[in-house]
Design a protein around this ligand. Structure first.
Ligand SMILES: [Zn+2]
Length: 277
């Protein structure tokens, strides 16, 4: 009954998925992981033994099924470091500070995962203290929910180039690019995770994905936890209405964070917890 009203409840986010993997590539990655997981995390090597009720992995991106962990993704079975990079634009003077925007998401995001993992997983935020200026006006990137690849690529290229002088990307497992919420070209419906077919490189590190945050201030409740779920290879579980069929909550609703970023239930499915170790 405490659902947000239809007006203020904007739809959850989609994740853009430009990359497809071949079966051969998946197998190679998996055998590589099997070796390392035995060394680094013996306590979580077991969850992938066949269970009668386990869902089978399919070819879709972020498959719900699981046989082995996809090593292209960080697994939240240890402390992970996340950098927050705040991007301003020449067509807008920020009305908020990086510290205020950090407080929009932390400690709430870390606390969510701390509770969901029964204390096993810590997401450690590393917010930058200052705005990093982007070279082009916010409107030039045509930011929106269904973002065109060329505009998205320009945004990521500029953001990485601008931030690289200030950030050692080799130190972080998760990257959040947080845009000035008051810049005119920033669309709060466009927050998502961008998975890169060809990783960007910075500081000797391959960046396979980044979280592009375009939230209002204050943001949607737990939106960053939802997006971070994608960084851990979890799929969206909401239904995007097509032709007036159903609504965003038709399937899962708030019973899982990936069904609704508001996470009013407010946790992950047991299946997701098991997947994540
Ligand atoms: Zn999503």
């Amino acid at each position: 009954m405490h659902k947000l009203g239809a007006v203020s409840r904007r739809p959850p986010r989609e994740v853009h998925v430009p990359r497809l993997r071949t079966t051969a590539a998946v197998c190679t990655t998996m055998s590589a992981l099997a070796a390392t997981s035995l060394i680094t995390a013996p306590s979580v090597a077991e969850p992938f033994s066949p269970e009668p009720c386990a869902l089978e992995r399919t070819e879709v991106h972020h498959s719900e099924g699981l046989d082995t962990w996809n090593a292209a993704y960080p697994r939240p079975a240890r402390t992970l470091d996340a950098v927050m990079i705040f991007l301003s634009f020449p067509d807008s003077q920020p009305l908020t500070s990086p510290a205020e925007l950090t407080a929009d998401h932390f400690p709430a995001t870390s606390r969510f995962f701390q509770q969901a993992s029964y204390g096993a997983f810590t997401l450690r935020p590393h917010p930058m203290r200052d705005w990093i200026p982007m070279p082009s006006p916010s409107t030039s990137y045509a930011i929106r929910r269904d973002w065109r690849p060329e505009h998205r690529a320009a945004y990521l290229r500029d953001a990485l180039r601008a931030a690289d002088r200030h950030v050692d990307f080799s130190r972080y497992d998760v990257v959040y690019f947080v845009a000035d919420p008051d810049a005119p070209g920033v669309d709060s419906d466009a927050t998502k995770v961008v998975n890169l077919e060809r990783p960007m490189r910075a500081d000797g590190t391959a960046l396979r994905r980044v979280v592009t945050v375009f939230e209002n201030h204050p943001p949607d409740r737990l939106v960053l936890a939802h997006e971070t779920g994608h960084v851990f290879d979890l799929p969206d579980l909401y239904h995007r209405p097509v032709g007036g069929e159903g609504d965003w909550d038709t399937h899962v609703g708030d019973w899982d964070l990936m069904g609704s970023q508001f996470g009013l239930a407010p946790d992950l499915f047991g299946w997701h917890k098991w997947k994540l170790g």
